[in-house]
Design a protein around this ligand. Structure first.
Ligand SMILES: [Fe+2]
Length: 343
């Protein structure tokens, strides 16, 4: 497994070098290190190249691998842009001095201050809500109002949720620490662990499928995975999506936890202008609409509208915690998960 991963990494490196060659310093490329893995992104990169003539070279790996690689490469890095699926990793890249501040009227118009780093080290691309999905035929949604409710012993053996190594859970935990304090956050994690139907494994999609198959009754997932399941070509995936209802937690209190997928310009970006152009392109109403329609994410540009399935879920109150704090509290979150025995 590790060898396959390493091989994949080396191959993507080769692809990058073949793709850029000596032209990486010219104005016709932008080199993107991205943790995102969605069709919508590929479509947008192609469109960007069509409109601008700037070729987009992609290196795909986990955010941790990409950050490590940026550190190792230092000044010699070809990377122009880092894209991650959460604010926590952007914060980490910024604190390691791997990003540079960008000022752009277009970005500042398209992206509200709550969705960007104040000096411009990173900008949000989309946001996602981490919601509770429940088996429609077995759970009364009136009985779960908050994330905190998941620790109630009445859900013993009912909860499926992914590993604590997953950054979406780490950021959720960071938000719970910020709202409830460390002690209560730990008690919450212990309560959830005690209620788990199985040891954490798989992706968010897998949790929904585990609810569909009856392995558990309640899952914690990002909204767009429900959208993707409901619109999948595969009938089994669609059925899994249809079998669950959605709860936006903490609506009577602080609001539902959200996180952003975001972009920053690499500190030593050889093609900084192109990097900014790509960021501006992605923040534009049209690109935002593509992300909303194809990937069921919430657009950050208010001119773009939610996908219709998301509209049917209605508006919801979001936890107003500043996104960089999710990064600040990431290591505490990981520690608490460990102490609680959340695998
Ligand atoms: Fe994801």
């Amino acid at each position: 497994m590790i060898n396959t991963l390493k091989l994949g990494f080396v191959l993507s490196l080769i692809t990058l070098f073949v793709a850029c060659g000596d032209s990486s310093k010219s104005s016709e490329v932008v080199n993107v290190y991205t943790h995102r893995h969605y069709k919508a992104d590929d479509e947008l990169f192609t469109k960007f190249t069509e409109e601008t003539g700037i070729k987009v070279n992609i290196v795909n790996a986990s955010a941790d691998e990409l950050i490590q690689r940026l550190e190792t490469e230092g000044k010699d890095s070809n990377a122009d842009i880092l894209i991650t699926v959460d604010a926590g990793r952007l914060y980490r890249a910024q604190s390691k001095d791997l990003l540079q501040p960008i000022r752009s009227k277009i970005l500042e118009t398209n992206i509200g201050p709550e969705f960007r780093e104040k000096e411009g080290h990173w900008y949000g691309l989309t946001y996602r809500a981490r919601i509770i999905a429940y088996a429609k035929d077995r759970v009364n949604p009136e009985e779960i109002k908050t994330y905190e409710d998941l620790a109630d012993p009445k859900w013993k053996g009912k909860i499926v949720i992914r590993s604590s190594e997953n950054v979406y859970n780490q950021s959720l935990m960071a938000s719970i620490i910020l709202a409830d304090g460390e002690e209560k956050a730990k008690e919450w994690a212990e309560g959830v662990v005690a209620n788990m139907a199985r040891n954490p494994k798989g992706s968010d999609r897998d949790q929904v499928k585990a609810v569909a198959s009856g392995e558990g009754d309640i899952a914690v997932v990002n909204t767009y995975y429900i959208g993707l399941l409901l619109n999948d070509e595969n009938v089994e995936e669609r059925k899994a999506g249809e079998s669950v209802g959605i709860i936006f937690p903490n609506q009577d209190g602080r609001g539902t936890h959200i996180n952003v997928s975001g972009i920053g310009v690499a500190k030593h970006a050889p093609n900084k202008e192109n990097a900014v152009k790509l960021m501006e392109f992605l923040s534009d109403e049209k690109a935002q609409q593509t992300l909303a329609n194809l990937n069921y994410e919430y657009p950050i540009n208010p001119k773009a509208t939610k996908a219709s399935i998301l509209k049917t879920w209605g508006d919801f109150k979001t936890d107003p915690v500043e996104l960089y704090k999710l990064g600040e509290y990431n290591s505490r979150a990981v520690m608490i998960f460990d102490e609680a025995g959340w695998k």
